[in-house]
Design a protein around this ligand. Structure first.
Ligand code: ATP
Length: 492
């Protein structure tokens, strides 16, 4: 699938807009629109519920974005959080040296009188056999030797720039957890193993941002630091290694629980040379994005590196007292680190379907109900009939107390259904003439409405007063067919 299809749907239907668009936009910054903010909140809420609320061994945290600059020295970010950057001497474009061969390259082939070709990523020219040495974009310029470029955004704290202290926008949320290790441990009286979870913004001055919300300068992370006693063993194996495996499995299962297909997920083990300076082992969960397999989440074993660094630099002890062995230990930490924006993109891509219904194309986002930005749409069949409109609006108000519910009367019913399919609304409720009857003719309504399911497009007739119960069951995970079997079907 093409990323442009998703970008265009996101703009058209209010999921994601280019930031500062009326000023020509700002590169790689995006704003979440009315449906995008609901979707992203739902992703974060599902993550928080499954990883914090439902677990007895996890607590939450919301640390500040601005931290003491000494944090970044101790964590290694000041010295090591860099990417190798090269410049083209001809067109002046910049590239990450380690990603140069992951993109197609422009080649003026000497074997074909200098004709211009685009050669696939990492491959040699089929005419002359040459490999890329020049700029992949313009195909002409020499590239400078790589320079290390620090990805942290620098800023100043205090009113006068020259006197003020230099500080940084955090490039990851993790450090806020490490420096609060003792506060959390003492205030919550925790026993190992336990985890601290946090969702929040991070900032990286990426050399080559892009691909929509996949790589941006400002993004949101959903991170867990899961602390393990390094002296513990589970079935004879080091506990940190076992917990690492458990977290990899749990995180893979999580994406599938909310609808991502297994064949679009893969695990990629970091090789020795690729491992971060603090990591004993890292496995990435990759997703098959429209740009190819790319990282969705990293699950790293950071050992005791961070706690030791901060303890040394701050002079404060960051240890745990092991009652059984009567010793102080520095816990090891397993870190499942996910991107909220990349998750949103993966959920959007995976939910997108183009189907043919009675000879017409239907675009539908098959979101898991927990993630769908709108849960229910209440639609009046005729907006000229005041009783229909009043009943529908009253119904919207009632349902909105529990589920995000919208009312829409701006088009004919077929069009309204298509709009809701396109934004992934699991259920539509239609109020019609039969529901309200006709007072002038002395006809009472049946006080029933039509409920339509997004995926099967089946419709059933449900009494108004049973709707809350029906939706309660459906959003609690009951299957549609089981609920639908209790009510008469309506022909579409
Ligand atoms: P990449 O190799 O893609 O630069 P990374 O390995 O540097 O990513 P981590 O430091 O492991 O990323 O960050 C954890 C998660 O945060 C990533 O898996 C991703 O989901 C998210 N993330 C990191 N950088 C960005 C970014 N620039 N834009 C959006 N999300 C990001």
């Amino acid at each position: 699938m093409n990323m442009d299809v998703i970008v265009s749907l996101c703009k058209r239907r209010g999921f994601v807009f280019q930031s500062s668009e009326i000023y020509g936009g700002i590169a790689s910054c995006w704003d979440y629109g009315p449906l995008g903010v609901e979707l992203k909140n739902n992703v974060k809420r599902a993550w928080w519920r499954d990883n914090v609320t439902l677990r007895a061994d996890m607590v939450g945290l919301d640390a500040a974005i601005l931290m003491h600059p000494a944090v970044w020295k101790a964590s290694g970010h000041l010295d090591h959080f860099t990417d190798p950057m090269v410049d083209c001497r001809a067109c002046r474009r910049r590239f990450r040296a380690d990603q140069l061969d992951a993109q197609p390259w422009t080649h003026y082939c000497p074997a074909t009188k200098g004709n211009k070709f685009t050669v696939a990523a990492g491959e040699a020219c089929r005419h002359c056999g040459a490999r890329r040495t020049l700029c992949p974009e313009c195909g002409k310029g020499e590239l400078t030797p790589p320079r290390q470029f620090n990805l942290m955004f620098k800023t100043f704290m205090g009113p006068v720039e020259e006197d003020a202290a230099v500080t940084y926008l955090r490039p990851e949320t993790a450090q806020g957890i490490f420096v609060n290790f003792d506060n959390v441990l003492q205030s919550m009286r925790l026993k190992l193993p336990f985890g601290v979870a946090q969702i929040g913004k991070s900032f990286r001055n990426e050399i080559t941002p892009g691909n929509f919300i996949f790589r941006t300068h400002e993004f949101e992370q959903m991170e867990i630091e899961f602390f393990v006693n390094p002296n513990d063993t589970i079935d004879g194996r080091p506990a940190d290694e076992v917990w690492h495996e458990r977290w990899i499995e749990e995180r893979l299962a999580w994406y599938q629980r909310y609808g991502i297909r297994r064949e679009n997920l893969r695990l990629r083990e970091h090789e020795k040379g690729e491992l971060a300076h603090y990591a004993k082992r890292t496995a990435d969960i990759d997703y098959k994005f429209p740009i190819g397999w790319s990282e969705l989440e990293g699950v790293a074993n950071r050992t005791d590196f961070d706690l030791k660094q901060h303890s040394q630099a701050s002079g404060k002890s960051l240890t745990y007292f092991d009652e059984e062995r009567k010793t102080h230990v520095v816990p090891y930490v397993i870190e499942p680190s996910a991107g909220a924006d990349r998750s949103v993109l993966a959920f959007l891509v995976d939910a997108y379907r183009e189907e043919e219904v009675r000879g017409e194309k239907r675009v539908v986002l098959r979101f898991h109900p927990d993630l769908a930005p709108i849960k229910i749409a209440v639609l009046p069949l005729l907006k000229k009939r005041p009783e229909i409109v009043a009943t529908a609006q009253d119904l919207r108000e009632r349902l909105a107390r529990r589920w995000t519910t919208v009312y829409d009367d701006t088009a004919a019913i077929g069009r309204l259904y298509r709009r809701q399919d396109e934004v992934g609304t699991p259920y539509c409720v239609t109020v019609d003439v039969q529901t309200v009857g006709d007072a002038e003719k002395g006809e009472a309504g049946d006080r029933k409405v039509t409920v339509r399911a997004r995926d099967s497009m089946e419709q059933i007739r449900v009494p108004l007063e049973e709707l809350v119960t029906v939706f309660g069951e459906l959003f609690d995970g009951a299957v549609w067919s089981a609920v639908a079997a209790r009510y008469p079907a309506v022909k579409g």
